[in-house]
Design a binder for this molecule. Structure first.
Ligand code: PGA
Length: 249
């Protein structure tokens, strides 16, 4: 089955109200490339305002708490970001796994909370440079995946996986195409074991220094169903070539 490519921008801790103009710009460019789906995961503070101005780009959050409410100072729940208009939530990004010490069990609980609120969970996984050099990257990433995957009966378009080698994030370096191909195939096989035939509907995104120069080649690889894009998603001038490549792929 051919999946329409999905390009998700991850703005990380970037973006003030004055940057909403860039979302309008990106949305207009996305409209010109209807063969790709586009989402932007913005800071929590911008979710609601971004949703009101982006007609062709779905808005998402970058994290949420696994619990619905309670004594968790400073956290926001899946219900809260859904109420603001989020349709996607990134969970388990390597920056959160490292900076906030999130475990695979935390990521799994968050993904389940997101899916229970009818949003799409983007579950991030990926190896460190040492793990890549050890020659065991596939086994390590698949174990991380299996421990992070939500236990749900029905996927129904509400789960994406983002494979992001940690050493490729923000560095301008990417794995070679064979390495990406074998990792994405291994991820698909693990998803089929977990979810059966519905695993074919899950988008497996590549993330880590994806940009207008490498997107076409990366998106031509089997089981690369889109991208999670950080730095290159902040401005339409850099993001549009990635969206265009996805629309052509
Ligand atoms: P990058 O970030 O595109 O800037 O490498 C990707 C990510 O961390 O999701």
């Amino acid at each position: 089955m051919k999946r329409k490519k999905l390009i998700v921008g991850n703005w990380k801790m970037n973006g003030l109200k004055s940057d909403l103009v860039h979302i309008i710009d990106i949305s207009e460019h996305a409209a010109a490339h209807p063969n790709a789906d586009v989402a932007l995961c913005v800071p929590t503070t911008l979710i609601e305002a971004a949703g009101k101005i982006s007609n062709y780009v779905a808005i998402g959050a970058q994290d949420c708490h696994a619990h619905n409410d309670g004594a968790h100072t400073g956290c926001v729940s899946a219900t809260m970001v859904a109420e603001c208009g989020a349709r996607y939530v990134i969970v388990g990004h390597s920056e959160r796994r490292t900076d906030q010490g999130e475990s695979n069990a935390d990521v799994k609980a968050k993904a389940q909370a997101v899916m229970a609120r009818n949003m799409c969970a983007i579950v991030c996984i990926g190896e460190s440079e040492d793990q890549r050099n050890s020659g065991n990257a596939i086994a390590i990433v698949i174990e991380q995946l299996n421990l992070s995957l939500p236990d749900v009966d029905n996927i129904d378009g509400a789960l994406c996986i983002a494979y992001e080698p940690i050493w490729a994030i923000g560095t301008g370096r990417i794995p070679n195409m064979d390495e990406v191909a074998e990792m994405h195939l291994a991820i698909r096989q693990a998803l089929i074991i977990k979810y059966g035939e519905s695993a074919h509907d899950i988008h497996i995104l590549y993330g880590g220094s994806m940009n207008g120069d490498n997107a076409q080649e990366l998106l031509s690889i089997a089981h690369v169903d889109g991208g999670l894009v950080g730095g290159a998603s902040l401005r339409a001038t850099k993001f549009t070539p990635v969206i265009a490549a996805a629309s052509r792929a």
